[in-house]
Write a protein that binds this ligand. Sequence first.
Ligand code: NAD
Length: 427
Amino acid sequence: MSPRAALASVWHVTATSAITTAHAQLAAAIEHLGYDEGLHAHLRMPRREIHVAVPLRTDSGELRLFRGYRVQHNVSRGPGKGGLRFAPNVDIDEVRALAMWMTWKCAVADIPYGGAKGGVAIDPTLYSKAELERVTRRYTTEIMPLIGPETDIMAPDMGTDEQTMAWIMDTYSTARGHTIPAVVTGKPIAVGGSLGRAVATSAGVVHVTRSALEAVGEKLGGKTVAVQGYGKVGAHAADLYAANGARVVAVSDVFGAVHNEDGLDMGRLAAHVAATGSVTGFDDADPLTNDALLALDVDVLVPAATENVLTEQTAPTVRARLVVEGANGPTTPEADAILARNGVSVVPDILANAGGVIVSYFEWVQATQVYWWTEKEIDERLEQRMVTAYDLVADLARRDGITLREAAGVIAVQRVAEAHEIRGLYP
Ligand code: NAD
């Protein structure tokens, strides 16, 4: 199978059932809290969503059309907040699931945002930078009535990056007639981005890994780690694990995985990826499939790629004692049950990868106040928030005899429900 066909097939599989997983997780929290069906329905349905057509005149003069979406799942605790994804099989249900997870993530991290997400069904690897700029600017223009620094704030996700955010900010600012940096986060530093944002999600992943290990009397130093997905989250996480004394023995991307039991040389691996565009073919490691990476005998497994990779089929093969979800929705409810039965502890996505939205919040605060914090201030405040959130979730899990995912869901849903209750129903 060609790399392109492999990419398309993976994306097709992963885009199918995120909403089923998200709905099952919400139902479990509702049941635990004893909330009624009316509130359940209210928390399940997105507040607003927009479907747009995004036309592109390609560099060679052809006209192409892409579907775009923006979903605001909940805005009771503050403006919608969430990334923008460019991937060929993004559909409205996947964006709804991702928006719902953002609501819970912001609530668990206790930051004053609701949840939102956007997507454009495009394979960004097939288009030039100029074409992607035109797609981004047109998408932004189409959804402009819904977004703004006090209504809905975008950030990078799969297939988008800080350059994408700069184009969105410029498009929005040009339409409003003045510069409005707080309309997006994850911007380049030169246009109001925050120090520490690029590595924030990964730094948070490492903080909760440390907390989870300390909870069982262990240390991160010397532990073996496998990371699925060598993208913005996975690559920085791998670097940070190695910098903190762990041994990263395997990483992967959509084209395949590489494995070295002695630990991968992070600097040489990064240079290889910069030169070739993939971890595959790295000469200081053995090739591996993505499924084999999930089954490695490591201490910590970090899925940091996409949804539904730990399933009924792959979960029984997991030998790691600890799974830390860098990605959103990597584990299906069936896989969750299998992992729990097998004694595998899972730090769930809405807690584990909250570092990105926490530093996005810091970036938004800095942009709003036009006053910039030092990297040290950001790092310390991020760690403090991650550890606080972890401890709260772990305490509830212990008290009620539930998993970390169930506990995180219960805390999040309770906080959002409380905001609903206090605000009341209009009219
Ligand atoms: P990215 O596009 O930078 O990287 C994704 C990586 O995963 C790439 O290396 C890609 O090749 C690989 N990949 C995709 N499908 C795969 C598969 N089936 N098997 C193996 N590898 C695969 O995206 P990202 O921003 O790093 O996001 C990764 C995940 O983390 C997503 O679930 C995203 O929603 C989540 N997340 C991202 C952030 C952030 O700050 N970027 C924050 C929170 C959560």
